[in-house]
Write a protein that binds this ligand. Structure first.
Ligand code: PHE
Length: 344
């Protein structure tokens, strides 16, 4: 063998060795690879070392040094791979497969309606409102009678309200929580009551048989319509943005007098008119009014001494106008293609 042939054989081993070492997938195959490369009996490097003596005397020194360099490199690569395989074996028997694609992370999302509720609650919490809750299966007296609905009011019809018993309904609004709170706590009262309500409506693009509402109630001595207007205008600017315009329109509810609906300028078209605001430039956000004296009296309060105001809003409506959602049913479909859009 000539020096050139010897070096070529060493280079081949030096090039080929690391790939063979990396290909060992467990400690058994690692041992085979090590024996084939540097084993005392039949290792390729051992063979080459044995051939050193057959080289011309003046070439042996260089050949020996080169062989040693390859040996050191192979030993280092073998030891590194052995440590990896031993660690993997200790961790459950599988070698690390660095070619495996990383797993996709799944981000959770807060539902757009829950997000509206959370934000509304936060804004009123800053103003000192507490949270109050009431039952969804409610006595008809709390849902209607105590709220000054006349006995023949059409809302009480089987056609509009889901009855679960003679006197028991699925609440059609969160206003019964007003009465329950007034019975339970003395004024001053400032509460927010989020929760689900039910109506015997068809499930169509603008109606759902169950949806969320957020009720607000303030009762104390000397509370006026100015408090209502200032608080709700502040809320609109905090929720929709500092430059948001609002307007109050006269309205009617049996349990408030006077009553008003609050509109905000449409956020989608900035008031110029679009399909979300039905080309009016305004979106209705909530119903409100001064608590009717009959409601205070029904809850056992002196309506000469106390006054109050209340509001009720539908967070689904707000989410719809905020995101320009074309069909309310999408909110309740649990379709991850829709919900994923809200993941952060
Ligand atoms: N309860 C009314 C509704 O469901 C909303 C409302 C609440 C209006 C409080 C005035 C005061 O439409």
């Amino acid at each position: 063998m000539t020096l050139t042939e010897f070096i070529a054989a060493l280079d081949a081993l030096g090039a080929d060795g690391p790939a063979r070492i990396a290909a060992a997938t467990d400690l058994d195959s690692w041992t085979e690879v090590r024996n084939a490369l540097i084993g005392r009996q039949s290792g390729r490097l051992t063979e080459l070392m044995g051939a050193l003596g057959a080289l011309p005397k003046e070439d042996r020194r260089e050949a020996g040094q080169r062989a040693n360099t390859v040996k050191v490199a192979l030993e280092a690569a073998l030891e590194a791979r052995r440590a990896e395989l031993a660690a993997a074996e200790a961790a459950g028997g599988r070698a690390l497969d660095l070619t495996m694609p990383a797993r996709d992370r799944w981000y959770g999302a807060v539902h757009p309606v829950s997000r509206v509720i959370d934000e509304v609650v936060e804004i009123f919490r800053e103003l000192g409102f507490a949270i109050a809750l009431g039952p969804e299966a409610e006595h008809a007296w709390y849902n209607f009678g105590a709220l000054n609905f006349p006995p023949d009011h059409p809302a009480m019809d089987l056609h509009d309200t889901l009855y679960v018993g003679d006197e028991q309904v699925l609440r059609t609004h969160t206003s019964p929580v007003q009465v329950r709170t007034l019975q339970q706590y003395p004024p001053p009262i400032r509460i927010l009551a989020p929760g689900n309500v039910y109506r015997s409506d068809p499930f169509d693009p603008s109606h759902a048989p169950m949806f969320a509402q957020i009720e607000g109630l303030v009762v104390d001595e000397g509370v006026s319509f100015a408090d209502l207007k200032a608080t709700l205008s502040h809320f609109a600017r905090r929720f929709f943005g500092a430059s948001t315009r609002t307007r109050f329109r006269p309205s009617y509810f049996p349990f408030t007098e006077p009553s008003a609906e609050m509109d905000v300028q449409c956020g989608v078209c900035a008031g110029s008119g679009c399909s979300v605001c039905k080309h009016s430039g305004w979106v209705e956000i909530l119903g409100s009014g001064m608590v009717h004296p009959a409601v205070l009296e029904a809850a056992g309060l002196d309506s000469e001494r106390y006054t109050g105001w209340a509001f009720g809003m539908g967070p689904a409506r707000t989410a719809i106008s905020r995101h320009g959602i074309p069909d309310i049913r999408i909110l309740y479909d649990s379709d991850v293609r829709f919900l994923d859009q809200f993941a952060r």
